[in-house]
Design a protein around this ligand. Structure first.
Ligand SMILES: CC(=O)SCCNC(=O)CCNC(=O)[C@H](O)C(C)(C)COP(=O)(O)OP(=O)(O)OC[C@H]1O[C@@H](n2cnc3c(N)ncnc32)[C@H](O)[C@@H]1OP(=O)(O)O
Ligand SMILES: O=CC(=O)O
Length: 365
């Protein structure tokens, strides 16, 4: 993405480098003084060459502020299928600054669908059936842990989608149990730490990690038992997974509500008791594209045609209240453009970005 609000030498520049530079310039010394940082997560990488670029960016930034090289610690999210084939190279490129790798699970699913969207063999079932134990997800987690521990860096887990459910103790307990099971699976697989979406989940994650990881990390868990091949990383056969009309509706409804919120300024949105972010909205619209493009059938035999998807889009949009979602019409337009199996934009966020920028007073550096 390119930053639209500040031009450098009259041109837009990389939004991520812009954000990094602004944050680093204003906070790095204070973070060092506080003994905490500067730390960064590096998302969406597709190549070790991007890791090399970030290493260069870190070096220039540290030199500019007179901070020793290696002050910055960065963790790379392995969240694209192509990066999963370059984990060693990515750690190597960032070796002066690397804290480890992270399993960015939702973007990873999005990337698998996106990269192979023209190949019907990669058609995935309903999003709810694609779990961390699906063969391609399990293979990626095991390979990431093994690779990190071989190189002496942290293998971080990811984010469970469940968040606290208010006013329904039973449903809340079931959601919290899912988060606990997810954190337990992570620590027992060899992860050294994890992410949570909501403050109420910190205690659950800590309990599972404290109970099962008495040491500061699990670098000693070398996972020499793990032998993950390229074919394992690409094994998207989800046994028992189904495409259902409910799955089509969920994807459309989540995609729509998320985009309407994003266009209104929110990047993380609680929808149907799950934390939804750009990555999960990307999964939703990518699945719709894939199902329509390959004329997938729901479990009751209905072919998912562009007309079927458009009808459900209309029905799901009609259920939403325009007062709570003032940008709904725009979201319907954007969503509609992505689900006919023909147009597929690289990212929803870049697709929608121009609708939220106001550049009349654009600053110039
Ligand atoms: C791919 C990835 O997974 S990348 C990760 C991107 N996603 C995230 O990081 C998720 C972050 N989480 C969130 O944004 C929020 O938790 C949501 C949107 C899911 C839910 O938010 P809410 O509906 O406001 O939750 P809720 O009402 O239970 O919040 C209770 C309090 O905790 C605060 N809170 C909720 N989540 C967070 C958080 N992640 N960090 C700090 N404070 C939080 C709320 O602001 C609220 O504070 P208040 O009582 O002072 O108003
Ligand atoms: O970025 C994180 C993810 O899970 O996707």
């Amino acid at each position: 993405m390119e930053e639209a609000h500040v031009l450098v030498d009259g041109e837009r520049c990389s939004a991520s480098i812009f954000d990094f530079a602004l944050y680093f310039f204003h906070n790095a010394k204070a973070a060092v003084a506080a003994g905490f940082g500067p730390y960064f997560y590096l998302p969406k990488m597709e190549s070790y060459l991007e890791a090399r670029l970030w290493n260069d960016v870190f070096n220039v930034a540290q030199d500019e502020l007179g901070l020793p090289r290696g002050t910055i610690r960065g963790t790379v999210l392995i969240e694209t299928i192509v990066a999963a084939f370059q984990m060693d190279e990515i750690i190597y490129e960032l070796r002066e600054h690397s804290s480890g790798l992270n399993c960015g699970r939702w973007d990873y699913i999005f990337s698998v669908i996106k990269k192979f969207r023209h190949d019907p063999r990669f058609t995935l079932p309903n999003r709810s059936d694609v779990t961390m134990t699906s063969p391609f997800m399990d293979a990626y987690v095991r390979l990431l842990i093994k690779t990190c521990h071989l190189r002496g860096v942290h293998a971080m887990g990811g984010m469970a989608a469940q968040i606290p459910i208010k006013g329904d103790a039973k449903a809340n307990q079931a959601a919290m149990d899912k988060v606990r099971a997810d954190k337990r699976r992570e620590v027992l697989a060899g992860h050294d730490g994890t992410w949570v979406a909501h403050p109420a989940l910190v205690a659950i994650a800590l309990e599972e990690f404290d109970k099962n990881m008495p040491s500061a990390n699990q670098f000693h868990v070398r996972r020499e038992d793990v032998a993950v091949s390229g074919a394992d990383l690409l094994n998207t056969n989800v046994v028992g997974g189904k495409i259902t009309e409910g799955g089509v509706r969920d994807n459309i409804s989540v995609g729509l509500i998320y985009m309407a919120n994003w266009l209104n300024g929110s990047g993380c949105v609680p929808i149907h008791n799950l934390m939804e972010d750009a990555a999960t909205a990307e999964i939703s619209r990518s699945q719709l594209y894939q199902w329509v493009r390959h004329a997938a059938r729901t479990d009751d035999g209905t072919v998912i045609t562009p007309e079927f998807a458009a009808r459900i889009l209309g029905e799901e949009a009609a259920k939403l209240d325009r007062k709570s979602h003032p940008t709904l019409d725009l979201a319907v337009e954007y969503m509609g453009s992505q689900i006919t199996g023909t147009r597929y934009d690289d990212f929803l966020t870049t697709l929608c970005y121009e609708s939220i920028v106001k550049t009349e007073d654009c600053a110039k550096l």
